[in-house]
Design a protein around this ligand. Structure first.
Ligand code: TYM
Length: 331
């Protein structure tokens, strides 16, 4: 039986937070058994905003360690760094010539990020979603496990794929986003109206997978709650508590309703105290593995070298085929 191909990526931003874990990495790990998975540390996406080269290099290794610690098994999946396979950038150029300017101007993440940088916004930030489309289409991936914030980028990828399909029906695979209902948008602990984000101004916005237990407890203690007092799940009226319940439920694999019942008649204090322990305990085995991987950089290098070779072996013939299909290169 041919397994479905899966592709997904994560930026090497150093901090991998529980939003990344609940919204994406956990599903990456779960999909490994029944799918043919490629997981990518997207360093080319990272340089769409200024980076310090030495930091970037360290963060690539740390993000690799964290991804492995979150359950990605290099025996089952291909784990690699994007720039190690030059076909990603090459395909992105071809797709730049397929997508329309107007389509890119409608990307909400670009609108948000470019307001911060104004005139100093890189052209790479504008074409960021095209590189994402290249990542996915290069391997003919059928499913892309991501959080809800990537939904629009996946829609654009599908649009590009369908446009190309007219000329290249045998090459193109139109991918599907795989977005879980629960946990696809973990919100900031200090602001339940915006998604949890590593670029948030305060570190009290997120819990990083490598936060020390006491810091986790402090962050949850300080997390904002709504004006009510009861523990109820209502994303519209009580978004802060709903978010904390989602985290609780995701990390314990227990239904939200069961947790709500457990806290009937109890206040925020009890609930937050228990949630802190749920997070501390849930992250403990991951943290232990992060430390193990970080202490062995040679092993990380080996995993990434092997990953790049395996990914390259798929990418090269696919790239050659699309070039030929588009009439490029020496006749
Ligand atoms: P990145 O590095 O921002 O995030 C990695 C994954 O985590 C998900 N995520 C969240 N899920 C739930 N709640 C949150 N608060 C939250 N924040 C982040 C993201 O949706 C993502 O799945 N552009 C992508 C990386 C990428 C990619 C790709 C993904 C590059 N090429 C091809 C899929 C396919 C990004 O910046 O993810």
């Amino acid at each position: 039986m041919i397994k479905k191909r899966v592709f997904s990526g994560i930026q090497p931003s150093g901090t991998v937070h529980i939003g990344n874990y609940i919204g994406a990495l956990r599903n990456w790990a779960l999909m490994q058994k029944d799918h043919d998975c490629l997981y990518c540390i997207v360093d080319l996406h990272a340089i769409t905003v200024p980076q310090d080269p030495k930091d970037l290099r360290e963060r690539i290794l740390f993000t690799t360690a964290t991804t492995l610690a979150a359950g990605i098994d290099p025996q089952q999946s291909i784990l690699f760094v994007q720039s190690d396979v030059p076909e990603h950038a090459e395909l992105a150029w071809l797709l730049n010539c397929v997508v329309y300017y107007g389509e890119l101007t409608r990307m909400t993440q670009f609108k948000d990020k470019s307001t911060v940088r104004g005139e100093g916004t890189s052209a790479g930030l504008f074409t960021y979603p095209v590189l994402m489309a290249a990542d996915i289409l290069l391997y003919g991936a059928q499913a892309v496990p991501v959080g809800d914030d990537q939904r629009q980028h996946l829609e654009l990828t599908r649009l590009i794929a369908r446009r190309l399909e007219k000329d290249l029906p045998d090459w193109v695979v139109v991918p599907n986003a795989f977005i879980e209902k629960k946990g696809a948008r973990v919100m900031g602990l200090d602001d339940p109206m915006a998604k949890m984000s590593k670029s948030a101004p305060s570190e009290y916005n997120y819990i990083s997978l490598d936060d020390a237990p006491d810091l986790i407890r402090k962050k949850i203690r300080k997390a904002v709650t709504d004006s009510g007092t009861t523990i109820e799940f209502d994303e519209e009226k009580r978004p802060a508590v709903a978010n904390l319940l989602t985290i609780y439920s995701s990390l314990t694999d227990r239904p939200v309703e069961e947790i709500v019942q457990q806290y009937a008649g109890k206040g925020y204090g009890d609930f937050k105290k228990d949630l802190a322990e749920v997070v501390v305990e849930g992250l403990a085995p991951i943290q232990k593995r992060i430390r193990e991987f970080v202490s062995d950089p040679a092993q990380l290098q080996r995993i990434l070298t092997e990953g790049a070779e395996k990914a390259g072996a798929i990418a090269r013939p696919r790239m050659a085929a699309i070039k030929k299909g588009l009439g490029l290169g020496r006749p």
